[in-house]
Ligand binder design. Sequence first.
Ligand SMILES: NC(=O)C1=CN([C@@H]2O[C@H](COP(=O)(O)OP(=O)(O)OC[C@H]3O[C@@H](n4cnc5c(N)ncnc54)[C@H](O)[C@@H]3O)[C@@H](O)[C@H]2O)C=CC1
Ligand SMILES: O=C([O-])CC(=O)C(=O)O
Length: 365
Amino acid sequence: MPHPIETDTIKIAVLGAAGGIGQSLSLLLKTQLTSFSNNRHVHLALYDVNADGVRGVAADLSHVDTPITLTSHSPADSADALRDCLINAALVLIPAGVPRKPGMTREDLFAINAKIVGQLGGAIAQHCDLSRVFVLVISNPVNSLVPVMVETLYASAPAASAGVERRVFGITHLDLVRASTFLHEHTVNRTEPSYKMPYVPVIGGHSGDTIVPLFSLASEQQYIAQQQLESLVHRVQYGGDEIVKAKNGQGSATLSMAHAAFQVVKNFVLLLTGAADTISGIFYVSLLDRAGQPACPGAAKLLAQIDGCTYFAAPVTVTRSQGVVDVDYGILGKISTYEREKLLPLCLPKLKTSIEAGRTVGTTV
Ligand SMILES: NC(=O)C1=CN([C@@H]2O[C@H](COP(=O)(O)OP(=O)(O)OC[C@H]3O[C@@H](n4cnc5c(N)ncnc54)[C@H](O)[C@@H]3O)[C@@H](O)[C@H]2O)C=CC1
Ligand SMILES: O=C([O-])CC(=O)C(=O)O
């Protein structure tokens, strides 16, 4: 049964809610989101192809004492499950898909996860208001699946998808969380009560060399020898592998990812409730619109500095009505010579290949 959604309800759809990320993220949303919802009612619509899994998660979370309501949706329970989950959603979170096993790269997940994300994109085009919804893609490889999502929305809703690229976000925030954590671990005075966790921007993409941590722009500056800096950068770029190895076949990051996604979602909720007029953050977004023109004011200047990579994780400003309204192209003017001359040249060609793979699949959906 679809939940009766009040007009002032903020409905959040979680696609892949029975998975490792989906469960932990849904728990955070159910327990924590009331503090960010500005007295608006929040409804969580949980969807998964694992029917027992998602029914169980929804039943379990329904005993948690917060006013946030939940529904469970699975194709085994209803032919209209995806429609019922997506209809009237303001925010769609996508951790659906297969995670890595040891020895695999994120790119090895492309064939299977592109099918899943393409299918979900087709349903979003059909059931969501594309001028209103925000779509947050967590599934890997993010570098290719965001282009798959954008192209699928264009292809599935030719009349309604103008500007939709400004409402689709690849979630790379875990890279910033890792960079902050690893820099903190490296800091001598980190046990001082007044010590603040550093903010470290991370740009580019979300896989190996495409991840470009900018320790030169960290909020808490300290001397780091070049060799230590390079090992910090490497640890952020390959942090995902640490977890895949530790889990030894039982999947990849779920708890830290749920934490990272929650940080992002709570900002979007502030935007949706009107508590914030704009939000900013680093997201992997399209820099071109459907006609191949710069998608927002700073996009042309950013494209000129990144060898024409048409998707890039960069600091963006987002409004509720228009999605991405600006991208901070100036960030590349502030980075260190090492970041500009060593890290970016390794990122850009790999990112371009992944974008092209995603765009090609997305246009054939
Ligand atoms: N963006 C990022 O920083 C990160 C991304 N990930 C990615 O997130 C994805 C999910 O990871 P986990 O939650 O650990 O995997 P998981 O296997 O625990 O959960 C995935 C869930 O998706 C469901 N699913 C599969 N096909 C579906 C479909 N067509 N519709 C709806 N649900 C479907 C599965 O039944 C399962 O419950 C993976 O691709 C992983 O690589 C993981 C960590 C970080
Ligand atoms: O490494 C993986 O496959 C999962 C992921 O994206 C991450 O932990 O950053």
